[in-house]
Write a protein that binds this ligand. Structure first.
Ligand code: PLP
Length: 392
């Protein structure tokens, strides 16, 4: 059996995405800036994808920009914004469990004089909103908090943080902006800039987490928020990101958004069902495990992080691979593949709990039969290791 449970690292592209990308490469390969029909045909894909991306967020078409990945969107938001706002203040508020796509630009900003306040998390990766409220000062230029954590699936209270920011700005006459890395949330939880995300100024998303191609991202920048471009040149993407557009990639991303959002509720139901089946199966059949993901309304159904005490996650991962099961020990997108998860450390897990941690992440392609197979194989593998005792 082949069971792919590493969907937070990346997802299998929809067949329709592959088809549209191959059509664009073969037939509509014109430069979207060219004036002839080939160019106009190529430009149509960009326009349609922009419509799809903006509609999926409840934004208007001129508020969304295509980038080369979620990482670039995060960099563009953080570096661009802070570059423009040095005269306003020096403080940036973020969390200790952000993806490196946020943590690294933030470290760079620290090296050029910004002060960073990292808000810590509890045992299930939840922040204390009161601590964040206290951290907001008149010297703050930006708050950047992820929407869903990539290792645990914890949903962050973006609406509440946005409301705090708005309240502070109103009372103090400040202009603090709020960015969220929504790479793991996009297509998994409802996001609307007219609703729960109305106080968010910048939103980063990525195509390959929702069955689109790798190497394409998006950035929402609220109307009237000005950030300078980091890539200068021919003025593509309304001057925000120069460079001939990745037409096939963006066309594929647009198709992925259309498919993912047209079946949003059904997809979510499937994902919730498989996660819940796995959670129950593991809890019922394997002793001495710790569920690191939340088990209440702050849990995004796409991720389940579990520590199997007395095992090593990395060894478990390779054993499961032999049974055709693909999981992760932590964030596969991180360059620090050998290091211990900074997220699980920030949550206060012991070294042994971190060593035994496995991240299962789901998509609508997973089935009940797959999960039953996985529970059985994980049970056997854990039993074998614990019996041998060589992994303690
Ligand atoms: N932010 C989060 C929370 C992620 O999980 C990832 C990738 O896993 C990224 C950013 C980076 O996205 P991309 O791979 O498109 O650069």
């Amino acid at each position: 059996m082949f069971v792919y449970l590493d969907n937070s690292a990346t997802t299998r592209p929809y067949d329709e995405v592959i088809d549209v990308m191959s059509k664009i490469q073969r037939e509509n390969f014109g430069n979207p800036s060219s004036l002839h029909t080939l160019g106009v045909e190529a430009e149509k894909y960009l326009k349609n994808a922009r419509k799809s991306l903006s509609a999926s967020l409840g934004a208007s078409e001129n508020e969304v920009y295509f980038t080369s990945c979620g990482t670039e969107s995060d960099n563009m938001a953080l570096l661009g914004l802070c570059k423009n706002r040095r005269h306003i203040g020096k403080k940036i508020i973020t969390t200790s469990v952000e993806h490196p796509a946020v943590l690294e630009p933030v470290k760079y900003l620290e090296s050029i004089g910004f002060k960073i306040e990292y808000i810590g998390v509890d045992r299930n990766c939840r922040i204390d909103i009161k601590k964040l409220e206290k951290a907001i000062t008149e010297d703050t230029v930006m708050i950047s908090v992820m929407s869903v954590n990539n290792e645990t699936g914890t949903i962050f209270p973006i609406d509440k943080i946005g409301a705090l920011k708005d309240k502070f700005n109103k009372e103090h006459g400040t202009d603090i902006l709020f960015h969220t890395d929504a790479v793991q949330a996009f297509g998994k939880i409802p996001i609307s800039v007219n609703g729960n995300y109305s106080s968010v100024d910048l939103i980063s998303v990525s195509s390959h987490k929702i069955h689109g191609p790798k190497g394409v991202g998006g950035l929402y920048i609220k109307k009237n928020v000005n950030i300078p471009s980091l890539v200068l040149g021919g003025g593509q993407e309304k001057n925000m990101r120069s460079g001939t557009e990745n037409t096939a990639g963006i066309g594929g991303f647009g198709t992925a958004i259309d498919l993912a959002f047209s079946g949003f509720d059904d997809r979510l139901k499937t994902i919730e069902d498989v996660r819940s089946l796995l959670l129950t199966g593991l809890k019922d059949q394997i002793a001495d495990i710790i569920i690191n993901s939340p088990q209440d309304e702050t849990a995004c159904p796409s991720v389940l992080n579990v520590s199997f005490m007395g095992t090593r996650g990395e060894v478990l991962l390779h054993t499961l691979e032999q049974d055709g099961i693909f999981v992760s020990t932590g964030s596969a997108c991180s360059s620090n593949k050998k290091g211990q998860s900074h997220v699980l450390s920030a949550m206060g897990l012991s070294v042994k709990e971190i060593e035994g941690a496995i991240r299962f992440s789901f998509s609508e392609f997973n089935t009940k039969a797959e999960i039953e197979y996985v529970v059985e194989k994980v049970k056997n593998a854990v039993k074998r290791f614990r019996k041998l005792g060589s992994f303690r």
